[in-house]
Design a protein around this ligand. Structure first.
Ligand code: XIL
Length: 363
C-alpha cells in the first residue's frame, strides 16, 4: 500500500484534531503537500529485467500467486516480462498442498509451473518443510505418525514436481531466533534435530536432479544466527545433502546488515561449494525519513548495493523478490503499510527497479 497515502491520511487526522482545539487564533495556512514523485515508466516501457540478469548469467525471480496469473493482465504481463525464475509465494507449501491428510492438491503449484514453462522460466519449489504453513492435523500426530506423514509428504511432493522444478527450498526457517540451535517446532519436537538432514535425504531420493536448498531469514549478515546457519549447512554439505542456501533478505532500508557483512557471508557460504540465492528480497521504506521521493531514492540504493553483493560472487545464482508490485505484498499485513517492491501499484517501474537493473549490469 502507498506510504504517501497513509502519511497523507495521518496528516489529515492530525489537522482535524488540531482544528478541534477551538481558540479562535489566526487561521493557519493549509500544509504544503509533500511533493509526489514523478511516476516511473510502465512495466512494458522498460527493458526486461530478465535480460539484464541473463547478461550477468543470473536468475531473477519473483514469488507469485497462481490465482492472479491469468486473471490480472498487468500482473501476468509483468511477471512474464521481467523474470526468468518463479517461486510459489504460498501454493507449494504443505498446508495448501495437503490440507487434509492423504489428499494432495497440486492445482496451484501446477498452474505456476505451467505458466513458467510456457515462458521459458525456471521454477523453485517453496517449501517442503516449514512450521509456518503446516496444517493442523500434522500438529496432532504422535511421533511415529508424524514420521510417516513427513516422509510421505516430502516423497509425494518432490516426486510430483520432479524434472519440473530446478530447485527446492527443502527446509525453511529451522534456526532459532534468540538462542543457539534449532527452533522448537512440531518437527524438531516430534522427530528430533536430525529432521533437517532427514528432509534433505528424502528430497534427494524423490528428486535427484533438483538443487536442494536450506532457506532462512535473519542470517544475511554476520551474527549468531548466520553462524548457526553456516554451521548447519556446512554439516549438511559434508554429508552431501545440501546444494544451496537461500538468504531471504526481507529488510528495512533503515536497518539491515552492513553490505560488507552480507558480501562476506555470501562468500563464506559460496566457499563451502554452495549455490547462494537472495531468496525473498523486499525493502521496507516506511521508516525512512524525508518525503516519498527521498524514501524511493534510498530504496533504490539499498536494492542496488545488496543485489550487487550477489552479482560480485559467481556462485550467487539468483535474486528472487517476494512479489514485484506494491499492489500485492505480504509486507503490508506482516509489518504495516509499505511500498517494498520494484513496481508501484500501477505497475510502473520505481527507482528500486533501476537500482536492481544497475546492479545486474554492473553499474
Ligand atoms: C508468506 C507469504 O508471503 C504470505 O502470503 C503467506 O500468507 C505466509 O507466508 N518467509 C517465507 C515465506 O519463507 O514463505 C513467507 O511467505 C514470508 C516469510
Amino acid at each position: 500500500m502507498r506510504v504517501a497515502l497513509a502519511v497523507a491520511q495521518a496528516l489529515l487526522l492530525v489537522a482535524s484534531l488540531a482544528g478541534c482545539g477551538g481558540g479562535g487564533g489566526a487561521p493557519t495556512a493549509p500544509p504544503t503537500p509533500a511533493p509526489t514523485p514523478t511516476p516511473g515508466p510502465l512495466y512494458t516501457e522498460v527493458a526486461p529485467l530478465r535480460d539484464a540478469a541473463a547478461s550477468a548469467g543470473r536468475l531473477v525471480g519473483a514469488a507469485v500467486f497462481s490465482s492472479r496469473l491469468g486473471s490480472d493482465a498487468s500482473y501476468t504481463g509483468a511477471a512474464g516480462r521481467h523474470f526468468n525464475y518463479l517461486t510459489a509465494e504460498y501454493e507449494m507449501k504443505w498446508d495448501p498442498i495437503q490440507r487434509v491428510q492423504g489428499q494432495y492438491d497440486f492445482s496451484g503449484g501446477d498452474a505456476i509451473v505451467a505458466f513458467a514453462e510456457s515462458r521459458g522460466m525456471r521454477v523453485k519449489g517453496h517449501a517442503l518443510v516449514w512450521h509456518g504453513a503446516t496444517p493442523r492435523w500434522v500438529e496432532s500426530l504422535s511421533p511415529p505418525e508424524l514420521r510417516i506423514a513427513f516422509e510421505d509428504h516430502i516423497r509425494t511432493v518432490a516426486g510430483h514436481y520432479r524434472r519440473r522444478v530446478m530447485a527446492w527450498d527443502v527446509v525453511n526457517e529451522a534456526i532459532d531466533d534468540s538462542q543457539a540451535g534449532l527452533r522448537s517446532t512440531v518437527f524438531s519436537r516430534g522427530l528430533g534435530p536430525d529432521y533437517v538432514a532427514e528432509a534433505f535425504r528424502l528430497a534427494r531420493k524423490a528428486d535427484p536432479d533438483a538443487e536442494l536448498i536450506y532457506n532462512d531469514y535473519g542470517g544475511e549478515g554476520l551474527n549468531r544466527k548466520s553462524n548457526d546457519f553456516y554451521n548447519l549447512v556446512k554439516d549438511l554439505r559434508q554429508r552431501g545433502l545440501v546444494d544451496g542456501v537461500g538468504l531471504q533478505m526481507h529488510i528495512s532500508a533503515t536497518s539491515f546488515p552492513a553490505v560488507a557483512d552480507i558480501a562476506a557471508n555470501i562468500n563464506r557460504l559460496a566457499d563451502l561449494g554452495l549455490q547462494v540465492n537472495l531468496s525473498e528480497m523486499d525493502v521496507r521504506v516506511r521508516d525512512v525519513s524525508g518525503d516519498a521521493a527521498a524514501k524511493l531514492q534510498r530504496q533504490r540504493q539499498v536494492y542496488r548495493d545488496v543485489v550487487a553483493a550477489c552479482v560480485a560472487q559467481p556462485r550467487c545464482e539468483a535474486v528472487t523478490f517476494w512479489g514485484f508490485t506494491d499492489a500485492h505484498s505480504w509486507v503490508d499485513a506482516a509489518f504495516g503499510a509499505d511500498d517494498p517492491l520494484l513496481l508501484d501499484e500501477q505497475y510502473r517501474a520505481k527507482p528500486a527497479f533501476f537500482g536492481v537493473e544497475d546492479a545486474l549490469l554492473g553499474r
